[in-house]
Design a protein. Structure first.
Length: 561
C-alpha cells in the first residue's frame, strides 16, 4: 500500500480536526482516535465520497489513530457485491489502508436484534401495523405534530412475540414494522416514532436467507459505530437532524457513545452527485456504466486519467466547511493539471489531421530529431522523433483566409515546426467535389533544423506535427462537462427532467488520430501530454478488451471564460 507523503499530511486545523485535537488534549476517549468510512454498497463512490475518505483516513493518520472501512449493508434489495468490490478498489487506489479493520453492519445483525429486544422490554419500541403510506401520513409536518399509531400501546409481551414472528418470517413484506417509541410532537420529525426494522424477504449478499427483517439505516448506523468504539463519527450535514435520534438510541441502550460531527458535503458544478440520479444515468444507458469517464465517480475519474494525488490535493484545497457550498469543477481540473504537468511525458499527436507535403524535402529521405520528454523533470531525458517529407498537422492550425489574430499556418506564411524546421505554405489542394482542403504543399528551410533560424528571422507560431511515414493511428475520446449548466438540479423542474439536460457534446469520438511512434508503447494509467492538446492516457477498461483508445483527462488550459 502506498504511503502518503509527509507534505500531504499537512493540514490546517479545520473545525473537525480542531475538535479531534481538543479531545486528544483533554484525554477524552483516553486519547484514542478511531474514525470510519461507512459507505452503503448501493452504488459506486463519487468525488464527494473521496472528500470523506480523505478526511476520515487523513485524520486517523494525522492523530496516530485508525480508520475503519465499514459497509452499512442493511438493504439487500439495493446492494451488490459489485459495489463492494468497487468501493474497496477506490479506497485503495486513493492511497489509504484500513489494515484489518474491514467491517460490515451485517456482522452486527444479531447484536442489533438483541438491542431491539432490549428497547421493546424497556417500553421504547413496538410493532406497528400501519403501512408505509399510513406511517408517513401519521408523521405530521414541520408545523403540525404527528398522530400516534393505534399499535403504540401494545403490551411488551405482545410486541416481543410479534417481533419474534417477524424474524421467523410469519408476516409478509410491509405487513409489520418495528418502531421506536419516540415523541410524535417533537419538532424534529426524525424523533417521531422512527422505523427500526422492516420485513424484506430478500437474500443478503453475506447472510443469505438467514434474515427476513433488516434494520433501518438510522437504527444500524449509530449502534454499529458504538460496537466498533468509534470516537469521532464524521458525516455530512444531512445527518445533522438525525444526530438527536442516534444519541437517543445509545442513551436508551446505555452503550458506548461516539461523537458525531457533521461537515458540508461536496457539491460540484456541471454534474450531479446523487447516487440515485447517477444510477438512473447508468440504467438508462445515458453513460457507459458507473465508470464512464464523464461520471463524477472515482472509477470514472480514474478511467478518464485522474490520479489519486490530484484527488487528494483537491480534497485538501477545498477543506472542510460547516456550511454547504458549491465548488467549481475547474478547481478539480486544475489539481489534475498541476500533478500531470510534473509527471506526464510529452509527445506529439494530431487528433484532427491535415496532410502536409514538403516539396523541397528530399524524396525517400528521413531523419531523427531530438525532443524533450518533460521540461518539468530533469531526469525525464530526451527522445528521438522521426521526420519525413510528408507530415500531419492539426487542421485547426491552418486557415486559408485567416483573421488578423490568427498566427498559425496560412498561404504564404511561415511557422515553426516543434523541434524541427521553419515551414512555409505554398499551395492548397482541395477536393473538387466538396471544396474541403485535403492537403497542403509547403517548403522548409533546411538551415533552421531544431526550430532555429540562422538569419535571426522570427515567426509568431510554433505548431506540432507527426511524420506521416512513421505515425501510428489511434482513436481518441474527448470529454466535456456532463451538463452544460452550472447547476443541472437548480429547481424542482430541472431535477425532474435532468436526463434531458445532459450535454450532447459531452463525448466526442475522434478516429484516425495520428501519433508519434513512441506512443505505441503506451500502457493504461500512464499519462501523456499531447503537446498543445491536453493530457491523455489509454482507457484501462477498453485496453483489457484489446482496444488502444486514448481518453483526454483534461485540456491544457481551463475552458472557463
Amino acid at each position: 500500500m502506498k504511503e502518503i507523503g509527509m507534505e500531504e499530511k499537512k493540514h490546517s486545523l479545520d473545525f473537525v480536526r480542531q475538535m479531534v485535537a481538543d479531545d486528544c488534549a483533554s484525554g477524552k476517549y483516553s486519547g484514542r482516535v478511531v474514525t470510519r468510512f461507512p459507505p452503503e454498497p448501493n452504488g459506486y463512490l463519487h468525488i464527494g465520497h473521496a472528500k470523506s475518505i480523505c478526511l476520515n483516513f487523513g485524520i486517523a493518520q494525522e492523530f496516530g489513530g485508525v480508520c475503519h472501512l465499514r459497509f452499512d449493508d442493511t438493504n439487500p434489495t439495493k446492494e451488490d457485491q459489485e459495489y463492494i468490490d468497487s468501493i474497496i478498489e477506490d479506497v485503495r487506489w486513493l492511497g489509504f489502508d484500513w489494515k484489518d479493520k474491514l467491517f460490515y453492519a451485517s456482522d452486527y445483525f444479531e447484536q442489533l436484534y438483541a438491542y431491539a429486544v432490549q428497547m421493546i422490554k424497556a417500553g421504547k419500541a413496538y410493532v406497528c401495523d400501519l403501512t408505509a403510506e399510513e406511517i408517513r401520513s401519521h408523521r405530521g409536518t414541520l408545523t403540525e405534530a404527528g398522530k400516534e399509531s393505534p399499535s403504540r400501546h401494545r403490551s411488551m409481551e405482545e410486541n416481543l412475540s410479534m417481533f419474534e414472528k417477524m424474524r421467523q418470517g410469519e408476516y409478509k413484506d410491509g405487513e409489520k414494522v418495528l418502531r421506536a417509541k419516540g415523541d410524535m410532537a417533537s419538532p424534529n420529525v426524525n424523533m417521531r416514532d422512527p422505523v427500526m426494522y422492516r420485513i424484506l424477504h430478500a437474500e443478503h449478499h453475506r447472510t443469505g436467507n438467514k434474515w427476513c427483517i433488516y434494520p433501518m439505516y438510522d437504527w444500524a448506523h449509530g449502534q454499529s459505530d458504538s460496537i466498533e468504539k468509534i470516537t469521532h463519527s464524521i458525516c455530512t450535514l444531512e445527518f445533522e437532524n438525525h444526530r438527536p435520534l442516534y444519541d437517543w438510541f445509545v442513551e436508551q441502550l446505555g452503550i458506548y457513545h461516539p461523537q458525531q460531527i457533521e461537515f458540508a458535503r461536496l457539491n460540484l458544478t456541471h454534474t450531479v452527485m446523487s447516487k440515485r440520479k447517477l444510477l438512473q444515468l447508468v440504467e438508462e444507458k445515458i453513460v457507459d456504466g458507473w465508470d464512464d469517464p464523464r461520471m463524477p465517480t472515482i472509477s470514472g475519474l480514474r478511467r478518464r486519467g485522474y490520479t489519486p494525488e490530484s484527488l487528494r490535493d483537491f480534497a485538501h484545497r477545498i477543506g472542510v466547511a460547516k456550511v454547504d457550498n458549491v465548488i467549481e469543477v475547474e478547481l478539480l481540473e486544475h489539481c489534475l493539471r498541476e500533478d500531470l504537468n510534473k509527471r506526464a511525458l510529452r509527445v506529439m499527436a494530431v487528433i484532427n489531421p491535415l496532410k502536409v507535403i514538403i516539396d523541397n524535402y528530399p524524396d525517400g529521405a528521413g531523419e531523427s530529431l531530438e525532443a524533450v520528454n518533460n521540461p518539468e523533470d530533469e531526469k525525464a531525458g530526451v527522445r528521438s522523433v522521426p521526420f519525413s517529407k510528408e507530415i500531419y498537422i492539426e487542421r485547426d492550425d491552418f486557415m486559408e483566409n485567416p483573421p488578423k489574430d490568427f498566427f498559425r499556418l496560412a498561404p504564404g506564411r511561415e511557422v515553426r515546426l516543434r523541434y524541427a524546421y521553419f515551414l512555409k505554405c505554398e499551395r492548397v489542394v482541395k477536393d473538387p467535389q466538396t471544396g474541403e482542403i485535403v492537403e497542403l504543399h509547403c517548403t522548409y528551410d533546411p538551415a533552421s533544423r531544431g526550430g532555429n533560424s540562422p538569419d535571426g528571422r522570427k515567426v509568431k507560431s510554433t505548431i506540432h506535427w507527426v511524420s506521416a511515414l512513421h505515425a501510428i493511428e489511434r482513436e481518441v475520446r474527448v470529454f466535456e462537462h456532463l451538463f452544460e449548466e452550472l447547476d443541472p438540479l437548480k429547481d424542482a423542474a430541472a431535477s425532474q427532467d435532468f436526463i434531458k439536460r445532459v450535454n450532447p457534446k459531452s463525448l466526442t469520438i475522434l478516429k484516425g488520430c495520428k501519433m508519434e511512434p513512441s506512443v505505441a508503447e503506451a500502457k493504461p494509467g500512464v499519462p501523456y501530454q499531447f503537446e498543445r492538446l491536453g493530457y491523455f492516457s489509454l482507457d484501462p477498461r477498453l485496453a483489457k478488451q484489446g482496444q488502444n483508445i486514448f481518453n483526454r483527462a483534461v485540456s491544457l488550459k481551463s475552458s472557463k471564460k
